[in-house]
Design a protein around this ligand. Structure first.
Ligand code: HDD
Length: 736
């Protein structure tokens, strides 16, 4: 039985992180538990964020602030007797728990987010009057990345589109840029959104497959509804399996209308360009990661920020004259299945985004953040893209069921940083205590009416665009009917390696469909993109390749669409350094320091945990042969044991020197690590006799991107020259 304590004992100073034995003040917040300030609906700093630790007092209390003496036992009639209904603490605790979950987002349920800052370059001033784009203006932001199809608990590295949603807390109100990592969309009209989502989500009878597009209903829809072809092709490309959220481009997708200080307008598309470049996984890696580390992207983002390697993107715009046709070089700017190649309209940088703080509480921030394409600020207006029009309704609406009512803007993460002076009142989860008696306009009470602003005093004034005199119709313009020339443009812009990946992806996804008719229809769509693509996928499916039903478009490739052939900073890339006790640990130390100096993240891998070389300067083991998998590393180094060669990597039960075949004696987990690293075209270097391990794993020592070095430092230098290209592309397509 628990004895009620004597109340009122003073709280001593905190001394350790152990379970306290007597009442004490809470521990101070850790550095990563502080986040950007938020303000109340009236622009005042809130108290809600001041206590960013779980504990806010010395004693545990009920929700009503009454101190508790026991929270581990229900109130019972005797220790072995029935639980009593009068136990109000039991009921409060369980009732709250029963309601802890809210509905997950209907799409984009799985995500990760970070706080940051956006700094304007001032270069957009000629076309856009938005204050946050001004030179050196700094605006707090919250960015949420996501997959689309999977549930909240699904894996990160599935083949899917990624969401890239940014909330700018500007001085003129909140601006949300709710984009994706793919610049086009599946449907041209929002009325089709439920169809594509129903087709992509798990089948309604068995609720499988989770977070996958490789199933009949998805391919049924996208092959019948050919405006989805362009987006689907991007999904089947490497863009569908990003290496990291930090290495993704982002796109606003729609064409927006920018307004300058004089009311002049320009059409524009938004782009996010990652400083670390655009990199992807290979399909086998993505599948392995889904098993060994389903939180791969979430972890990568949080780890990078915690380590101070703040990810950055440049915001850029492509601009087009605002003509009545709303086309550019023959491309319909209102059709969200179109891109405008960067070679025709260069992306002009207008500001820099830096993500520099992890959320303190996933639910409060990442889960409750509510984005809405209708959160606009003066200077940024919409166009008549029919997809955007429907979104302007949907996002506000969905928050009402997801966040429980119309007051979600009062949740700290959603509060504008600009002063709010609205006349919205009451409703579920109202937390503001509004004063006064006249929440209406006009009024003569409460000090009179709030003034209405004009364009010169910061009002959001819609651009008075001329609407064509027309009949009401349920129709799309004729220009929306070309579904194949842009997919062909994308295909022709890919390097040979990227084309192989696309062929592999279609062969896998269509191959997973049960219905023969869907596979055949899929091939008919591919025939209209490119004959070679169609032929190769048909070969993989064991089906005849059909002829195209439309003339193949004459389009110029856009080299900017390819991820291969350019180099990017290697900073933040992860290098596994595999070592065994007794090996060249000085070499490991040297490789580690050189890696850190180059801004890489070295992770030492050894047979067991603890430290290597406990007698000398110890090297902490960060991964063991049990916890390491090649997929975590962008490059692999292997340290040998000079006199013992590959035998030092012997499996636990293998005798040293017992090498009837080289591979038999070597720990199979090391062989797997090496062979996967090789197959996935990553840089590998070995020294001090560890080249025997490479050979035992079947890695030719003269293959591109494989180095046998004379020291640990040299080995690191070898892989460092290869990392900026991301992979050793010459090893493809034989690899995967
Ligand atoms: Fe959407 C969420 C991006 C079309 C309806 N969408 C959502 C998110 C992103 C996008 C990034 C996640 C936001 C977050 O992290 O909370 N959506 C897009 C893009 C589109 C698009 C780039 C096309 C260009 N979406 C689209 C249409 C509709 C929706 C046409 C409906 C007609 N989207 C929603 C939604 C979601 C959403 C159901 C789910 C959760 C939420 O809004 O807040 O309302």
């Amino acid at each position: 039985m628990t004895t009620p304590p004597t109340p009122g004992a003073p709280a001593p100073e905190p001394s350790s992180v152990d379970e306290p034995t007597e009442a004490r003040a809470p521990l101070p917040p850790k550095p990563d538990q502080t986040g950007p300030e938020t303000v109340s609906p009236t622009g005042q700093p809130t108290g809600a964020d001041q206590a960013r630790v779980a504990q806010s007092g010395a004693y545990l209390t009920t929700a009503q602030g009454t101190r508790l003496y026991d929270t581990d036992h229900s109130l019972k009639a005797g220790a072995r007797g029935p639980v009593l209904l009068q136990d109000h603490h039991l009921r409060e605790k369980i009732t709250h728990f029963d309601h802890e979950r809210i509905p997950e987002r209907v799409v984009h349920a799985r995500g990760a987010a970070a706080h940051g800052v956006f700094r304007g370059y001032g270069t957009a001033a000629g076309v856009c009057r938005a204050a946050f784009l001004g030179k050196d203006v700094e605006t707090p932001v919250f960015v949420r990345f996501s997959t689309v199809l999977g549930s909240r608990g699904s894996a990160d590295t599935v083949r899917d589109t990624r969401g890239f949603a940014t909330k700018f807390y500007t001085s003129e109100g909140t601006f949300d840029l709710v984009g994706n990592n793919i610049p086009v969309f599946f449907v041209q009209d929002a009325i089709k959104f439920p169809d594509i989502v129903h087709a992509g989500k798990p089948h309604p009878d068995r609720e499988i497959p989770q977070a996958q597009s490789a199933h009949d209903t998805f391919w049924d829809f996208v092959t019948l509804h050919t405006e989805a072809t362009h987006h689907t092709l991007w999904n089947m490309s490497d863009r569908g399996i990003p290496r990291s959220y930090r290495m993704m481009e982002g796109f606003g997708v729609h064409t927006f209308r920018l307004v300058d200080a004089d009311g002049g307008t320009t059409l524009a598309k938004f782009h996010w360009k990652p400083k670390l470049g655009v990199h992807s996984l290979v399909w086998e890696e993505a599948q392995i990661i889904n098993g060994v580390d389903p939180d791969f992207h979430r972890r990568d983002l949080a780890d990078a920020i915690e380590a101070g390697a703040y990810p950055q993107w440049e915001l850029g715009i492509q601009t087009f004259p605002d003509t009545p046709e709303q086309t550019f070089e023959g491309i319909d700017l209102l059709d969200p299945t179109n891109i405008v190649p960067e070679e025709l309209a260069p992306v002009q940088p207008i500001g820099l985004l830096t993500l520099n703080a992890n959320p303190s509480n996933f639910f409060a921030e990442t889960e409750q953040v509510a984005f809405h394409p209708g959160h606009l600020v003066p200077g940024i207006d919409i166009t008549d893209d029919p997809l955007l029009s429907g979104r302007l309704f949907s996002y506000l609406d969905t928050q009402i069921s997801r966040l429980g009512g119309p007051n979600f803007a009062q949740i700290p993460i959603n509060r504008p940083h600009a002063p709010v002076n609205d006349m919205l009142r009451d409703g579920m989860h109202q937390t503001a205590v509004h004063r006064g008696v006249a929440p209406y306009r006009p009024n003569s009470l409460d000090g009179g009416c709030p003034f209405l602003a004009g364009a010169d005093t910061g009002a959001y004034v819609e651009t008075p665009v001329q609407v064509p005199a027309a009949k009401k119709v349920r129709e799309a313009p004729v220009s929306f009917a070309d579904h194949f020339s842009q997919p062909r443009l994308f295909w022709l812009s890919m390097s040979p390696v990227e084309r192989e990946h696309i062929i592999g992806a279609y062969t896998f996804e269509l191959g997973k469909c049960y219905e023969q008719a869907i596979k055949e229809r899929g091939l008919r769509v591919l025939a209209n993109i490119d004959s070679e693509l169609c032929r190769r996928v048909a070969e993989g499916l064991g089906l005849p390749a059909p002829e195209p039903t439309v003339p193949l478009a004459e389009v110029a490739p856009s080299p900017a669409l390819s991820q291969v052939g350019r180099t990017w900073p290697a900073q933040g890339r992860i290098v596994g350094i595999v070592a065994v006790p007794g090996g060249d640990l000085d070499g490991v130390r040297a490789a580690r320091s050189a890696a850190l100096e180059a801004g890489l993240v070295p992770l030492v891998v050894a047979p067991t945990g603890g430290v290597l070389d406990a007698d000398g300067e110890p090297i902490t083991v960060q991964r063991t042969f049990v916890t390491a998998r090649s997929t975590e590393f962008d490059a692999l180094l292997l340290a040998g044991v000079p006199e013992r060669g590959a035998d030092a990597y012997g499996a636990r039960d293998a005798k040293a020197g017992d090498a009837a075949t080289a591979a038999r004696g070597i720990d199979p987990r090391v062989l797997l690590m090496v062979s996967e690293t090789f197959r996935h075209a990553k840089a590998i270097a070995a020294w001090a006799g560890a080249d025997g391990v490479l050979q035992a794993a079947g890695v030719p020592l003269d293959a591109p991107g494989v180095a046998v070095a004379e020291s640990g430092e040299r080995a690191l230098a070898e892989v460092l020259t290869l990392l900026p290209a991301h992979r050793v592309w010459e090893r493809f397509p034989a690899a995967l």
